[in-house]
Design a protein. Structure first.
Length: 280
């Protein structure tokens, strides 16, 4: 009797055909993986470090390159300008004022192969080569400045820190610039600075008012002096005129007379302008 509960058994030829298709698919996939892993690209601004079984064997320039599949790999290292920022550099000024600095370093990689060989990555290089020197020399350089001069001569402070870091950092990178972006002093010091600034402003205002007062006083004194000199000159001129012209007072008096004789006269007083000569 037929067994209706069992599924039909496919012919042996069909099983072989399915197995062949699976094998062909696996071969195609393997070939695709091999082919796709035999080439690589390096972008502009990068260098490729070529590894063979984990060992560095060369460095690749930007562009298309080929490698042995599975055995070779390529690590990409950027050679573009990069920035590392340190925002918690604790230090003291020469006059013992505590401060927190924010320091920024711009740099670029000069030898990608050495970066990978010695540090495995750019961040590994920065952590081991740059960061300890930044903290050490930022503290040492800032300690050569008073708090006020560190703020007023920020360009000089930046330049001296950059010189110090260039001298002590040697490796597969080039430092492009060093910048102390911010200096935070303690709250007490900032309050003291603000108080000094306010006192300076008040002093400048007082000096300006005093100078204005002196100017006004000098102007008034000059005016009085000029008026006195003018009056003295006039008096001297009148004296000279009287000396040279004895009859000038009578003439002036006559010119000012209104034609009327005085109604009252003191005893033995002379009548104005009447000069009676005997036989006149």
């Amino acid at each position: 009797m037929p067994d209706f509960g069992r599924p039909p058994v496919p012919p042996r030829a069909s099983l072989q055909h399915i197995g062949s298709l699976v094998l062909i698919g696996l071969v195609i996939l393997f070939v695709f993986v091999i082919v796709s892993s035999s080439w690589y690209t390096v972008d502009q601004g990068e260098r490729g470090v070529i590894l063979r079984n984990g060992a560095v064997i060369g460095e690749a320039e930007p562009g298309l390159g080929f490698k042995i599949p599975i055995i070779d790999t390529v690590e990409h290292i950027s050679t573009q300008s990069q920035n590392s920022r340190y925002s918690d550099v604790k230090t003291y000024s020469r006059d013992q004022q505590p401060a927190t600095l924010r320091v920024s370093i711009n740099y670029h990689v000069t030898d990608a192969r050495v970066v990978y060989t010695d540090y495995q990555s750019i961040q590994g290089m920065i952590d081991r080569l740059v960061t300890p020197q930044v903290y050490t020399w930022a503290e040492n350089t800032f300690g050569q400045f008073n708090a006020v001069s560190a703020v007023q001569d920020r360009a000089k402070l930046n330049n001296e820190l950059a010189i110090a870091l260039h001298k002590v950092i040697h490796g597969p990178l080039a430092i492009e610039s060093v910048q102390i972006e911010n200096i935070d002093f303690s709250g007490k010091y900032e309050e003291a600075v603000e108080a000094r600034m306010e006192a300076t402003v008040r002093q400048q205002q007082a000096e300006a008012e005093a100078a204005a007062t002196r100017t006004r006083a000098d102007a008034a004194a000059y005016s009085v002096k000029a008026q006195g000199e003018a009056e003295a000159t006039a008096i001297r001129a009148r004296g000279d005129a009287l000396r040279d012209n004895p009859g000038l007072p009578a003439l002036v008096t006559a010119e000012k007379w209104d034609g009327h004789l005085p109604t009252t006269m003191p005893p033995n007083g002379a009548v104005p302008f009447l000069n009676v000569h005997p036989g006149g």
